[in-house]
Write a protein that binds this ligand. Structure first.
Ligand code: TUI
Length: 308
């Protein structure tokens, strides 16, 4: 399938993998790229040296384009931005902030840049700043989220900018893909479904939680402190929300979440770990390879989009 995004990025299918912290490491990124989508290494909160290693390992496995996601709250974001240029990465996505200060150096290096935006205002600002595309991410997504839904955000961003829009949040199969195209998107970004991919190094306990999740099993923590995070309900979210309701200060809440994503992804602690996942988790029932997932999504979407 050809769209403005497949042309821009030189990929076969308009499917971009979410830049999930801890989850999106080189095995997953390389598998998605090899399957014809755009694999992404999620820098998350990792140090720049780790990100460089991940980039080098991805290059050893795939000759196809891949990208790096810079989580802008990372204290080493400045160094990571440089590593990306030095390593000749072709695509950058960003999250959880405004990447404005890095754009000149990335564009000078010929890197294609697509920031995640959660509002029309930021999408317009990013277009003026010269990015190549924007990822309009709805509140259905896992992890750090905005407040607008994918259904409402995507068409409003499409109307507001002239650059291609990638839809994210709540997309996990060919129906979601086709719906995003109907809203005017040129590609989709998928996170949660790839967490359970066979190539994903995420702990089996975490994968099982996603596979068992029902439609309303996620919870948003951190709203009162301006850092809303969607994750699957567990002991951690119950404790957090109780404290948050009682007006606990940010520092106390932060103690609860510090290292909790690693605990879930690496150690498989599903009780006190942070099980970031989108609302689409309720629909994900099978651990498949990235290639199987992408093929299934594309076959279903093409049938729907060409239906008379
Ligand atoms: O970034 C994400 N999702 C994430 S980042 C992350 S790492 C983390 N780990 C532990 C606790 C908290 C975070 C987990 N999930 N998605 C992209 C995204 N960006 N969603 C929303 C935004 C966003 C929000 C506000 C982007 C820009 C923005 O405003 C920028 C500004 O400064 O105006």
């Amino acid at each position: 399938m050809k769209t403005k995004i497949t042309e821009l990025l030189g990929i076969e299918y308009p499917i971009i993998q979410g830049g999930m912290a801890w989850v999106a490491e080189y095995h997953l990124a390389a598998a998605v790229s090899e399957a014809g989508g755009l694999g992404i290494i999620g820098a998350g909160g990792a140090p720049a040296s780790f990100v460089r290693e991940q980039i080098q390992k991805t290059k050893e496995i795939t000759k196809k384009p891949f990208g790096v996601n810079v989580m802008l709250m990372n204290p080493e974001a400045d160094e990571i931005a440089k590593v990306i240029v030095e390593e000749g990465v072709q695509v950058v996505t960003t999250g959880a902030g405004n990447p404005g200060k890095y754009l000149a150096s990335w564009k000078e290096a010929g890197i294609k840049v697509a920031p995640v935006v959660a509002s029309v205002a930021l999408a317009k600002m990013m277009e003026r700043a010269g990015v190549d595309a924007v990822i309009a991410e709805g509140t259905e997504s896992g992890g750090h989220i905005g407040s607008a839904t994918t259904m409402t955000l995507v068409p409003q961003v499409v109307d507001a900018v002239n650059i291609p829009v990638i839809a994210a949040g709540g997309i996990g199969d060919g129906r979601g893909f086709a719906a995003a195209m109907m809203l005017g998107a040129e590609a989709v970004q998928i996170g949660t479904r790839f967490v359970v991919a066979k190539e994903s190094i995420v702990h089996e306990n975490y994968k099982k939680k996603i596979l068992a999740a029902k439609d309303i099993d996620s919870e948003v923590t951190g709203t009162t402190h301006g850092h809303p995070v969607r994750q699957i309900r567990n002991n951690m979210t119950r404790e957090y929300l109780k404290l948050e309701k009682a007006g606990a200060p940010f520092e106390e809440l932060e103690q609860l979440t510090l290292g909790a994503l690693r605990k879930a992804v690496v150690e498989g602690d599903t009780v006190n770990g942070t099980l970031m996942a989108g609302q689409i988790a309720g629909m994900i029932k099978e651990e498949q390879t990235c290639a199987e997932m992408i093929q299934e999504i594309m076959i279903q979407a093409e049938a729907l989009l060409t239906k008379k």
